[in-house]
Design a protein around this ligand. Structure first.
Ligand code: SIN
Length: 479
């Protein structure tokens, strides 16, 4: 088994590591080997974590933004100093190639660095009062205890992105990471302790009873704000639960990203953009390309070059340096992809490469499907796997209509060089994030988030603190 002083095996509550007589196994999706036995927390521990966050709130929120920033900067430095072991833990529990895992650690850390700075730039406001004996002042204050549920596809960065904004705003934080990938979250907690972040400010509860733990986090009266990254269906249930105590919520939910290649695109650049946006993390990313829409006149050229690039991808153990596609997270995830591909083939799609799983493993071959139409299940659903369906279109208007014909609105990509088209299409696409001649759009400086049923709120950027702050209006009279 892998050894590291960052490898922890129990929840982190109020600065303490919890043990338990009941454990669950964390396995490597590459070969199913057991990486750790982790103490299984449930309702009781989740409530304890909320209480700890509540107790720590006053002192943390009353620190100056500069004091919080110094501690967060230390946390950032420690994460970057430990980038290699953190990446190894991440690859072992999640499966993504080591280079991608290192990228994720730096990406997650960049939010800690970003918000350590941004917390110093929370501005209030003054307004013209309706009469001369009054003054209007607006201040911003932390919302309070924040609870989060985070997914297995980015076991480090999805926590860092939420926690950094919350802590910088002066909130305290409880996260329940996915029980498939708790080790990265616990390693982050260890580094928060080493950085000197006070007990109770950052808490991690790990356990397998997602429903019961989720219920505590979404209904507990001491939780002021709830934030979730995951599927739209689960998000809807959690929003309903949050209604019982009218919590502030932000949701980063599913996507169905179109990747449009227009006839004036640089085709080689489009192929590269589609490869990275489709196959990173084996396609298990909310912003992954889900449908490739290609204008008829460049369909043959794009398809030939794309298939060649897909066939050059190497599948294997994420720890091997030449691997660029790792295993999927679980056999049930693999089954879902198999089913979507089978449905498409039955409906008339043609497999150009891939189209099957590797027997006895969690691997699905990088796949390209031709003859797909926008009404097939593979185009309507979030695939969350390494499968690229190609759909052809004739006109710009048709591409926009097809792209928008989904309940999702997270990310979209398009490749074009005509500046008029770039503006028209950017404005017409109903998605929160648009990559224009670019397949990788995520970074700490930009607002990450979606429209329609892809959620609400924005993470990262100068907007990222808003979800963790209350706006308070002071009316000063008798002047
Ligand atoms: C996600 O899949 O939810 C996040 C992807 C990213 O931050 O790029």
């Amino acid at each position: 088994m892998y050894q590291s002083n960052l490898l922890k095996n129990g929840s982190f509550i109020n600065g303490q590591w919890l043990s338990s007589s009941e454990h669950f196994e964390v396995a490597n999706p590459f070969d199913n080997s057991v990486l750790a036995n982790v103490a299984n927390a449930g309702v009781v521990e989740t409530k304890l974590a909320v209480q700890a966050a509540k107790r720590a709130l006053k002192a943390w929120s009353q620190k100056s933004a500069n004091e919080r920033s110094i501690l967060m900067r230390r946390w950032f430095d420690l994460v970057m100093k430990n980038q290699d072991p953190l990446a190894e833990i991440l690859t072992l529990e999640q499966g993504k190639p080591l280079a991608e895992a290192k990228g994720e650690i730096a990406y997650g850390a960049s939010f800690i660095e970003w918000f350590a700075e941004e917390g110093k730039r929370v501005y209030g406001d003054t307004m013209q009062a309706p009469s001369n004996d009054k003054r209007i002042v607006v201040i911003k204050q932390p919302v309070g205890v924040v609870a989060a549920i985070t997914p297995w596809n980015f076991p480090n960065a999805m926590i860092a992105r939420k926690a950094a904004a919350a802590l910088a705003a002066g909130c305290t934080f409880v996260v329940r990471p996915a029980s498939l990938t708790p080790l990265s979250a616990l390693a982050l907690a260890e580094l928060s302790k080493q950085a000197g972040i006070p007990d109770g400010v950052f808490n991690v509860v790990v356990g397998t009873d997602s429903r019961a733990m989720g219920e505590v986090l979404t209904t507990h009266p001491d939780v002021a704000k709830f934030t979730f990254t995951g599927s739209t269906n689960v998000g809807k249930t959690l929003i309903k639960q949050c209604a019982s105590t009218v919590k502030k919520v932000s949701m980063e939910l599913g996507g169905n990203a179109p990747f449009i290649v227009f006839d004036d695109a640089d085709i080689n650049a489009a192929v590269q953009g589609a490869i990275i946006s489709k196959y990173r993390n084996a396609g298990q990313t909310c912003v992954s390309t889900n449908r490739i829409l290609v204008q008829e006149s460049v369909l043959a050229e794009f398809t030939a070059k794309f298939v060649k690039a897909v066939e050059a991808l190497t599948l294997g153990n994420g720890l091997d340096s030449d691997v660029n596609v790792g295993p999927m997270i679980s056999t049930s995830a693999l089954d879902d992809v198999n089913q979507l591909v089978a449905l498409s083939v039955n409906a008339g799609a043609r497999v150009l490469t891939g189209g099957e799983s590797k027997q006895g493993s969690c691997f699905y071959l990088p796949t390209v499907l031709a003859n797909v139409t926008n009404d097939m299940a593979i185009a309507a659903n979030e695939i969350f796997g390494p499968v690229a369906p190609i759909i052809s279109f004739k006109t710009e208007q048709e591409a926009i209509e097809m792209a928008n014909d989904t309940e999702y609105g997270l990310a979209a990509y398009f490749y074009a060089r005509d500046i008029g088209r770039v503006w028209r299409v950017s404005e017409a696409l109903e998605f929160g994030m648009i990559g224009i001649n670019e397949g990788i759009i995520s970074n700490a400086a930009a607002p990450f988030g979606g429209m329609k049923q892809s959620g609400n709120g924005r993470e990262g950027s100068k907007y990222g603190l808003d979800d963790y702050m209350e706006i308070k209006y002071l009316c000063m009279g008798g002047i």
